[in-house]
Structure formats: structure tokens, C-alpha cells
Design a protein around this ligand. Structure first.
Ligand SMILES: Cc1cc2nc3c(=O)[nH]c(=O)nc-3n(C[C@H](O)[C@H](O)[C@H](O)COP(=O)(O)OP(=O)(O)OC[C@H]3O[C@@H](n4cnc5c(N)ncnc54)[C@H](O)[C@@H]3O)c2cc1C
Length: 402
């Protein structure tokens, strides 16, 4: 396969996040010669990744799953039970399920990434028939953003709200202390399978995102509403990344962006790992056939899906809390295929079109549909002032000690 580029390996993967590691692993298993580059290739990933169980590729060992929720719950104005199993991935389990034993792993930062050449920070050159760029995303700036603040709470303390085997996918109940004139956010809370439950207040689609201090305040308000008192030393995690990194242009003879770098970040859910894992073999099969992996990953159906989802995130980012509830109420009464088309399927454009159309058509009251499609209140939350961290610190202390 390395024919055509003298002294080259078949594949060089730059970046060993979950998507780059999966790519390097599957390339190696396919019999290709692989070099993988990352400044800290042995470091376990920091975020905790989750997905729908049915999104994971068949080749991935079940040991990658740490915790399974058979019927996660969505709270809007009412409770929706989603009969589709969801899971939290084990960081160590996923890592071990993607061994790189036959690949050459180099602990270094790439300085130049080109179609057939990667130059490392110390000047070392790697030549490869194909170079995949899986270096992740740049910071979002004022773009559409996913922001979240998660607090890891012991299972026993979390039990009044989330018991083992249960999970709150989207909790829109009025418990986070945000008023009707403040940008909306929801709670995501799932057991991680290690004796803790993550409570994560999440904002999707705001330009520039929501600051951590505001998300933390809201998370604590929700816990307090259920009588949950923290010890005070619980670890936390932060998320702040763009939702609008678009798919690359097709064409042979160029670097192949992959994972969140390659437009595989879902513009509405902020998820990317499971979809990328399930697309790894599509890219590698195309490569081995001498075809364009970008074309294989991004046929017009998948690009259309991406385009429609971007319309969705624009809509999401301008809604109020009440409007978000009404919209999600409409969405979670759509048939399973339409829900799946929005939440995860890579290229089911007909079901996604129907899902978006019907969600808008069934959002009440009628005038809120104008906000959803952007005819009114297009820039509702742009430049919203969330205040300074110091101003909410007192409120947080009060909640912590009451
Ligand atoms: C707190 C949090 C929770 C999240 N939860 C989920 C979730 O539940 N499900 C989900 O799907 N997504 C989730 N996400 C989004 C998640 O970050 C991405 O989906 C995922 O990390 C994308 O993986 P990736 O491999 O594309 O990029 P990354 O994970 O960003 O990995 C990029 C890699 O490239 C390396 N790199 C960077 N520059 C260079 C360079 N110059 N040379 C060599 N290597 C380089 C980095 O060291 C890193 O290892 C979450 C994010 C956060 C922050």
C-alpha cells in the first residue's frame, strides 16, 4: 500500500485521542504499517465519553462499556422514557480495546502535517502514503459551543436523583435557578460505573458558550432542589468546545481530517466518539481500494445531514428555556427512527428531514416556531452577560452549606 511514496509507511495518524487511536488500531489490524504521533500517547483521555449502545461498531469489545442505562429519561414539561440503551464508556476499557502493539507510536508534537509528510517538533520527518489528522479541535471563540460543568458525586449521595442503572439524558425541569430571561441549560446525569454519578449542567449552541461558574451554580441548584448535599471535595470536569467544525472537502492527495477535526462532531449533541469509531473502517476500506476516504466518509447524504443538523443547532442556540422544553417535547414524541436520525445516524437524511419538519410543526404555541427557524429573535443570547465568577461565588457557598 505504501507504493508511490519512497520509504514511507502506509498510514500516519497524528493525534491519539479516542478517534485517532481507533483509526491507528484498525489500520494496524487491517495489516497496514502505521506510525502514530501524539505528545502524550500514554495519557488516558480526560473526558468521560458516552454514547448510544447501538452506535458502537461490532468490532469493539464490550469491555469498553463501563455503565449501561437501558431506558434513559428526558424531562421536559413531562417525563419521556427513551427505550434505547445508552452507555458510559470506560476510559481504561476503551483504551485497552484499541491496542497499538504493532504500530510505531512516537511521543511528539507534529509541527507540519501534509498529505504524505509529517514533521515533528524536533525536525524528524515521517513519510506516509496517507496522513490522517486527528488532532482534535481549536477553541471555539464566539462560535456555537458545547459547554458543560460536571460534578462527580458518590452513588449513595446521588441516589435521591439518579440510582444505578438509571440516567437523565436531558433534564429541563425548572430547578437550576435560571430565570426565563437567561440562556437555557439542562442537566445530564448518569452513573459512570465506578461508584460515582456525574451531574453535568450543559449548554448547547450558544455563541461563545456558557461560563463554568454559571454552569456550576446551576448544577448545585439542581442538586439542592433534590436535597442532595455535597461533601465539598467532589472532583469536577469542564467542557467547552465548538459544535460547528464542518466536514472537509473531498479529493485525493490531501491530508485526511478525522474525528472531531474532520467534521464528525455532531453539531447538536456535541458527541463525536461513537460515530467516528463506527466510521473508521469506512475510511480505511476506501484507502485500501485506492479511493478517497473523505468522499467515502462524506457522501452527499451525510453532508446533507450535517447541513440540516447545523440548522438545528442554530435554532437551539436562540431558544428560551420554555421554548426548549416545548421543542424537545415535540422531538421526543417523534418515532424512534426520526429520533435516531437526529441524534446519531450519519446519513439518514429523509428521516432527519421529517424529524426536523415535524418537530417545528408540533412546537406550541405557534409563534415560537418563528424563533426556531430564525425569523424572530435570531440573535437572542448573543453577548449575554453572565457576570463575573466572584458574583456567584457567594451563592455557591450558600448552597454548599445550607
Ligand atoms: C468534559 C467533556 C465531555 C465530553 N463527553 C463526550 C461524550 O460523552 N461523548 C462524545 O462523543 N464526546 C464527548 N465530548 C467531546 C469529546 O471531546 C470529543 O468527542 C472527543 O474528544 C473527540 O476525539 P478526537 O480524537 O477527535 O479529539 P481529541 O480527543 O481532542 O484528541 C486529539 C489528540 O490530538 C493530540 N494532538 C493535538 N495536537 C497535536 C499535534 N500537533 N501533534 C500530535 N498530536 C496532537 C492531542 O494530544 C489529543 O490526544 C466531551 C468533551 C468534554 C471536554
Amino acid at each position: 500500500m505504501s507504493g508511490g511514496v519512497d520509504g514511507a509507511v502506509d498510514v500516519c495518524v497524528v493525534g491519539l485521542g479516542p478517534t485517532g487511536r481507533a483509526l491507528a488500531h484498525r489500520a494496524m489490524r487491517a495489516g497496514l504499517t502505521v506510525v502514530a504521533v501524539d505528545p502524550r500517547p500514554e495519557r488516558l483521555w480526560v473526558p468521560t465519553y458516552s454514547c448510544w449502545v447501538d452506535e458502537l461498531p461490532e468490532w469493539l469489545s464490550h469491555s469498553a462499556i463501563a455503565s449501561r442505562i437501558d431506558a434513559p429519561v428526558v424531562w421536559t414539561k413531562q417525563e419521556h422514557v427513551i427505550r434505547r440503551p445508552y452507555c458510559v464508556l470506560s476510559k481504561r476499557g476503551l483504551w485497552d480495546a484499541l491496542p497499538l502493539d504493532d504500530a510505531r507510536v512516537i511521543a511528539a508534537r507534529a509541527r507540519v502535517v501534509e498529505a504524505h509528510r509529517v514533521e515533528l517538533a524536533d525536525g524528524t520527518q515521517i513519510r506516509a502514503a496517507a496522513v490522517f489528522d486527528a488532532r482534535g479541535q481549536a477553541s471555539p471563540g464566539r462560535r456555537r459551543t458545547a459547554s458543560a460543568h460536571g460534578i462527580f458525586v458518590d452513588e449513595e449521595i446521588a441516589a435521591p436523583m439518579v440510582k444505578p442503572g438509571e440516567g437523565l439524558m436531558l433534564d429541563w425541569r425548572d430547578e437550576n435557578g435560571a430565570g426565563p430571561d437567561e440562556p437555557p441549560s439542562f442537566l445530564y446525569a448518569v452513573p459512570l460505573g465506578d461508584g460515582t454519578v456525574i451531574f453535568e449542567e450543559t449548554s448547547l449552541g450558544l455563541r461563545g458558550g456558557m461560563p463554568q461558574h454559571e454552569l456550576r451554580r446551576r448544577t448545585l441548584n439542581r442538586l439542592a432542589a433534590h436535597g442532595i448535599r455535597l461533601r465539598g471535595d467532589e472532583p469536577s470536569e469542564a467542557a467547552h468546545y465548538p459544535l460547528d467544525d464542518h466536514p472537509p472537502k473531498a479529493g485525493l492527495g490531501q491530508v485526511i481530517p478525522f474525528g472531531s477535526r474532520g467534521g464528525q462532531m455532531h453539531p447538536i449533541t456535541g458527541y463525536c466518539v461513537a460515530d467516528s469509531l463506527s466510521q473508521v473502517d469506512t475510511a480505511l476500506d476506501a484507502l485500501q481500494r485506492g479511493e478517497d476516504p473523505i468522499e467515502a466518509l462524506w457522501p452527499w447524504q451525510a453532508r446533507l445531514v450535517y447541513w440540516m443538523r447545523m440548522r438545528g443547532v442554530y435554532g437551539l442556540g436562540r431558544l428560551t428555556t420554555e421554548q426548549s422544553k416545548a421543542m424537545f417535547d415535540a422531538f421526543f414524541t417523534r418515532p424512534p427512527r426520526q429520533q435516531r436520525a437526529l441524534l446519531s445516524a450519519h446519513d439518514d437524511y429523509t428521516a432527519l428531514g421529517a424529524s426536523l419538519f415535524m418537530t417545528v410543526a408540533q412546537t406550541w404555541p405557534f409563534r415560537w416556531r418563528y424563533d426556531l427557524v430564525g425569523w424572530t429573535n435570531r440573535n437572542r443570547w448573543v453577548d449575554y452577560d453572565f457576570g463575573r465568577p466572584e458574583e456567584v461565588a457567594d451563592a455557591i457557598r450558600e448552597i454548599d452549606h445550607t
